[in-house]
Design a protein around this ligand. Structure first.
Ligand code: ADP
Length: 389
């Protein structure tokens, strides 16, 4: 073969090898990019990290000028292109919908090839899966933390319940045993001891009822019988029931109704709420007044229970709604389980109502219940019937 032909063949072979090398390199970069995106999926990388990685690698491999990702939630990555030019735009999506769009920009008059588009689509698909995976993992982590908190709360509740039940039970057992051992006990002492057993049994029944109610609320199993009810009637009834208790302590108990109103509520449960709030106000007040006020303001029916009693230390205001929480202190040897306010809050939440408290130690406390007024006249504001007063 003549030498010029050999040279020609040689040059052609070299050209083919260069071409192949170039294509292989290109293919290698594509595979490498897909591999790295795959790794990000396996690591369940942060969505922001994935977006930045995708942008950087796509721009590098396609030798483009810049890239930009616009997520459906409004977040963006990468610069806005300065000059209009060729753009390759593909969706970042999963089976559950569109997460955003990935755009690769070039303003040098170069056109993206079909192979480029195929690659960018594949990358965007992988990125979608990675972002979705990350969201699922984060959701699972949060659920797990919530479950652990619930588990701790349940343990603490059981511990507290056992402790609270033990006290009256020990007292009942102790007095019953003393009576049994002493056949000659004087009738007066016997009566006194049986009286204590009776009182402790009442405390036990009240405690068990509160615990049952609270566990129903916590499990979301509390049944409410909602019906149109006049708030002022309900409040009058509560005040009437507790008047004796207030009178025994020499505390003045007042009810002031400014705007009679009918609300859709469970009357028995809401009466329980106000029995607790007014009962506490009387219990923690030795001198002065307990005042119950009801009025309408800002689309709400409001009821305020205020007293001139012990008050609550500012640092403990946030905790008094926790079950079994009781403020400790010298003058505070009052009866109670620490369950009342937890019940009150649970019942009010089920009615869509809010409970606020303000207090000053040594001066008194104010608990305010705010019922939202229904949209279609579910709660109606009517003038009070003069015959009912
Ligand atoms: P308790 O059965 O002890 O009354 P609650 O859950 O009703 O339980 O109240 C929790 C704690 O909040 C009470 O023990 C008391 O320390 C404080 N508290 C509630 N209401 C008042 C009030 N009106 N004045 C002062 N302290 C109050």
């Amino acid at each position: 073969m003549p030498s010029h032909q050999i040279d020609e063949r040689f040059a052609q072979a070299r050209h083919e090898i260069e071409q192949l090398t170039h294509e292989t390199l290109h293919l290698y970069r594509h595979v490498n990019l897909l591999y790295r995106i795959g790794e990000a999926i396996a690591d369940s990388a942060e969505p922001d990290e994935i977006c930045r990685l995708v942008l950087r690698e796509c721009v590098r491999i396609l030798r483009a000028r810049s890239g930009r990702i616009e997520m459906a939630d409004g977040r963006t990555f990468g610069p806005t292109p300065l000059a209009p030019g060729e753009a390759l735009r593909v969706p970042i999506e999963t089976r559950n919908g569109l997460l955003g769009t990935l755009t690769i920009h070039d303003d040098r008059g170069r056109f993206f090839t079909a192979a480029d588009e195929k690659l960018v689509r594949a990358v965007a698909r992988h990125a979608g899966v990675a972002i979705e995976n990350n969201r699922l993992v984060q959701g699972l982590i949060q659920k797990n933390e919530e479950l652990q908190t619930l588990d701790r709360m349940k343990d603490e509740f059981v511990r507290n319940v056992s402790h609270e039940l033990r006290t009256p039970l020990a007292s009942i057992k102790g007095f019953a045993a003393t009576i049994l051992q002493d056949a000659d006990m004087p009738a007066e002492t016997l009566r006194e001891f049986v009286g204590i057993i009776d009182d402790e049994s009442d405390r036990l029944v009240a405690l068990v009822n509160d615990i049952l109610d609270l566990s129903k609320i916590m499990a979301g199993r509390m049944r409410y019988v909602m019906q149109p009810s006049r708030l002022e009637t309900l409040l009058s009834e509560v005040v009437r029931l507790l008047r004796v208790l207030a009178a025994e302590k020499g505390v003045e108990l007042m009810l002031e109704v400014s705007d009679p109103v009918e609300l859709n509520l469970d009357p028995a449960r809401i009466a329980q709420v106000f029995k607790n709030l007014v009962g506490n106000a009387i219990k923690f007040t030795d001198v002065g007044t307990v005042r119950v006020r009801q009025w309408l303001a800002d689309g709400e029916a409001r009821v305020e229970v205020s007293d001139t009693g012990d008050g609550i230390p500012a640092g403990e205001l946030g905790q008094i709604f926790e079950s079994f929480y009781r403020v400790e202190g010298g003058s505070r040897a009052r009866e109670g389980t620490g369950l009342g306010l937890a019940l009150v809050r649970g019942i009010l939440e089920a009615h869509g109502a809010h409970l606020d408290v303000s207090s000053e130690e040594g001066r008194g406390s104010t608990f305010t219940v705010r019922f939202p007024l229904g949209e279609q006249g579910q709660a109606s504001h009517e003038p009070q019937d003069p015959d009912r007063r």
